[in-house]
Write a protein of this length. Structure first.
Length: 498
């Protein structure tokens, strides 16, 4: 059934949607395989890295400037970041900026927060009041609560007494003293622990926030010490969040959901390292977001290589936010050639123009475990990881290949391909075929759309109209379930839209 006339791209992020083939038995009893995929693989496309896209401009940013989340709303990029002045003891603030291109940022004078005796700045509030980590637009909310934010909070207890304003230095001082006194790990956990809380805030414009009194969730004695990202999942009709978690002293990503912004069910682990990963790898952060256009769910996990104390970024995708898979175990945002010790991605994947997507990342020159690497005194760098639209992963035929896709309803317009071929002998041809059947039977091309009719595709195009004998109109096939059969040589196909 066709629900919309809009052509929705189907990116190749996983093997789902690709016909795996099946064995058939002929009348003679001889076995054969129906349309098996051959000569193709999924290939992660490493990001291009932009120049540094934001740097301190005002006194309240000279100590540090740390973007947290960017969204695209009403055609404008909106950025929330942490800012702190250079003077000793200055508080950290949450600040706001806007941009049309991701590089030239406007810091509006909001008049909300005093700094240096003046409110002519873009500061929203002190970070200690609400430790903002993610912001999203709620399409179901009343105007006064259209923007929603998620923040973390920790309540520390030492010897059963709540400790206000616990610092990292004080925490480690207490732990070292307990170790020196011979405390067991269990005794240390009873003497010094914290309760993790998720807190929420709502706003009509993303600048003027109301902090909700009741926590969204009490996660008990579990950590929330890296990214915790909330969103509204329109497919499920629920609020979801992806949180930091642990299992047997390994990090993982946990998911929560609720029909309301609050009253979340207990967290459920959904992503972590598995036996296909190196034994010393761990997952650090998620950078959860949606893929523009197709709406597929993505995470860009920071992969912590414990042996080297380095962090880089991989890619995983999901159809429902629960089952996640990775096309390859290799970085999509690498630490080289810059020589970073750590790379972390931050949501969201946003347009940086008509033919570019960008994902914020920070490159740091130090190592996770505090070691020395190249120039650790160098300041962290905020850059965009960029791709052309839908080019996160390729269905690639390094030499020559053929693959059949599972059936989809035809919109009755055109078939468009996002593809790239090598200059030396690269090409693509597309057949329209009847969907593979069970029990197995030969997969036949539709009349007029077979291999002999298909026009050759070469080059590098984001949205090329496919044709057969110069004809591209698919009006006669509107509403009919059809499959594509891709014949490829030295080529990559990134997405199809039927």
């Amino acid at each position: 059934m066709i629900e919309s006339d809009r052509l929705i791209p189907q990116p190749f992020l996983d093997w789902y949607g690709i016909w795996a083939g099946q064995t058939g038995i002929g009348e003679s009893g001889q076995a054969w395989v129906q349309d098996p995929p051959r000569g193709v693989q999924l290939a992660v496309q490493p990001a291009q890295k932009s120049a540094i896209f934001i740097a301190p401009e005002h006194p309240w940013e000279e100590g540090s400037l740390s973007p947290q989340v960017v969204i695209c709303a009403e055609g404008v990029l909106k950025l929330w970041y942490l800012a702190r002045g250079s003077a000793v003891g200055e508080p950290t603030f949450v600040a706001y900026a806007e941009s049309r291109d991701g590089f030239a940022w406007t810091r509006p004078e909001l008049g909300l927060q005093e700094y240096g005796g003046c409110t002519r700045n873009n500061l929203l509030f002190e970070h200690r009041k609400f430790e903002l980590q993610s912001v999203f637009v709620d399409p179901t909310a009343a105007p006064a609560e259209r923007y929603k934010a998620l923040g973390r909070d920790s309540i520390f207890y030492h010897k059963g007494v709540e400790v206000h304003d616990m610092t990292r230095e004080r925490k480690w001082e207490i732990r070292r003293a307990m170790q020196a006194a011979g405390y067991t790990r269990e005794q240390q956990a009873e003497e010094l622990y914290f309760i993790g809380l998720l807190r929420g805030a709502v706003s009509p414009d993303g600048c003027r926030w109301k902090f909700l009194e009741e926590p969204l969730l009490d996660v008990g004695r579990t950590g929330l010490d890296s990214q915790n990202i909330a969103a509204y999942d329109a497919d499920a009709g629920k609020y979801v969040a992806y949180l930091r978690g642990h299992q047997d002293r390994r990090r993982l990503v946990r998911r929560i959901e609720s029909a309301t912004f609050g009253n979340f069910a207990p967290p459920h682990p959904v992503f972590g390292m598995d036996p296909q990963d190196p034994v010393d790898d761990d997952v650090y952060s998620s950078a959860y977001c949606r893929c523009p256009g197709s709406g597929r769910q993505l995470i860009f996990p920071g992969i912590y290589h414990r042996g080297s104390a380095q962090v880089d970024v991989q890619l995983a995708s999901s159809r429902d936010g629960l089952l996640w898979s990775r096309p390859e175990r290799r970085p999509i945002i690498a630490s080289e050639p810059e020589g970073y010790g750590m790379v972390f991605a931050f949501p969201n994947l946003v347009p940086l123009g008509p033919e570019s997507w960008g994902l914020m990342f920070i490159g740091q020159y130090d190592l996770h475990d505090g070691g020395q690497r190249h120039q650790p005194e160098r300041a962290p760098e905020w850059r965009w990881a960029t791709w052309k639209p839908d080019r996160l992963v390729a269905l690639e035929a390094p030499v020559e290949g053929c693959v059949t896709l599972v059936e989809r309803p035809c919109q009755g317009q055109q078939l468009r391909l996002n593809f790239q071929t090598r200059e030396e002998g690269g090409w693509i041809k597309v057949e329209l075929v009847a969907p593979p059947s069970t029990p197995a039977a030969p997969v036949e091309a539709l009349e007029g759309f077979g291999l002999e009719d298909a026009d050759l595709l070469r080059g590098d195009e984001i949205s090329r109209v496919v044709s057969w004998g110069g004809r591209s109109d698919l009006g006669a096939l509107r509403g009919r379930n059809i499959s594509l059969r891709l014949h490829m040589a030295r080529a990559r196909v990134f997405s199809t839209a039927l």
